[in-house]
Design a protein around this ligand. Structure first.
Ligand code: NAD
Length: 257
């Protein structure tokens, strides 16, 4: 049976990688996120190469009514949602006393609250069909902290709490919910924070990569998008049906120390 997969923030980086991995299995996809219309359309078409259908919904993850419409559209188009991947996220790097209030609010809305809204809208359909998979793309920062990322670390720790709580509620309905916790992956989100981190710490951009980002990543390598996507595919498989309310780290050993 063809599964339907909704991936928030899937016009770029990890989300797009996860959408591609599910598409390769023939799934129907609902992609979401911002970016140039022609690029999004090219990605959408490419996702249909393996036989599934793909639609794009431009819901802004700071707007609850648009998020509700994203899930309603997925259900209307494909008859239900089998896998929900909460992936949309942004970052801002700044000392806490200078942290712009609007950036704090935006990060909490996109990186944490949007997942409450997608889950809230998706669960009734999943409960009715007695199956479902919810995968939250969290971060190593859901488990440990770094300085100058107060909003991001707070939101990602929050998503871990949401994951555990909802797992207990849904455990007897054939629905699992888990968090994937990647270390540093070289995506636009990470590229963008290199200059700000260099400024905040008074070091060069190259030093940000080697001395900050890969300092605790014991393998000294960035995580590949495909490695995160493969973990999402596993969590959505039958083999993972007893895995719920937990996190899987893909961080090159970062959180082992
Ligand atoms: P990215 O910048 O490449 O992609 C982010 C996606 O979210 C894009 O599609 C963007 O359009 C979308 N988005 C942003 N604001 C949105 C909004 N208001 N509404 C809808 N969509 C919105 O970033 P990425 O690195 O691929 O990050 C994806 C997720 O992975 C995030 O939750 C991030 O915190 C997490 N993560 C990333 C890393 C990393 O090192 N890159 C590590 C751990 C966790």
């Amino acid at each position: 049976m063809t599964r339907t997969v909704v991936v928030t923030g899937s016009t770029s980086g990890i989300g797009l990688g996860i959408a591609k991995a599910f598409a390769a299995e023939g799934a129907n996809l609902v992609i979401n996120g911002f970016g140039p219309a022609d690029e999004i359309e090219a990605n959408r078409k490419a996702l249909e190469a393996h036989g599934g259908k793909a639609i794009y919904h431009g819901a802004d993850m700071t707007k609850p009514e648009e998020i509700a419409d994203l899930i309603a559209t997925a259900e209307k188009t494909f008859g239900g949602v089998d896998v929900l991947v909460n992936n949309a996220g942004i970052q801002h790097v700044s000392p806490v006393e200078d942290f712009p209030i609007d950036k704090w609010d935006q990060i909490i809305a996109i990186n944490l609250t949007s997942s409450f809204h997608t889950i809230r809208a998706t669960v009734p359909g999943m409960k009715a069909s007695k199956k479902g998979r919810i995968i939250n793309v969290a971060s190593a920062h859901a488990l440990v902290a770094s300085p100058y990322k107060s909003a991001y670390v707070a939101a990602k720790h929050g998503i871990m709490g949401l994951t555990k709580s909802v797992a207990l509620e849904l455990a007897e309905f054939g629905i699992t919910i888990n968090a994937i916790c990647p270390g540093y992956v070289l995506t636009p989100l990470v590229e963008k924070q290199i200059p700000d981190t260099a400024k905040a710490r008074g070091i060069s951009e190259e030093q940000v990569k080697t001395d900050v980002m890969l300092r605790l990543q014991a393998t000294k390598e960035f995580v590949a998008i495909e490695e995160v996507a493969a973990t999402a595919i596993f969590l959505a498989s039958d083999a993972a049906k007893q895995i719920t309310g937990t996190s899987i780290s893909i961080d090159g050993g970062w959180t082992a120390q």
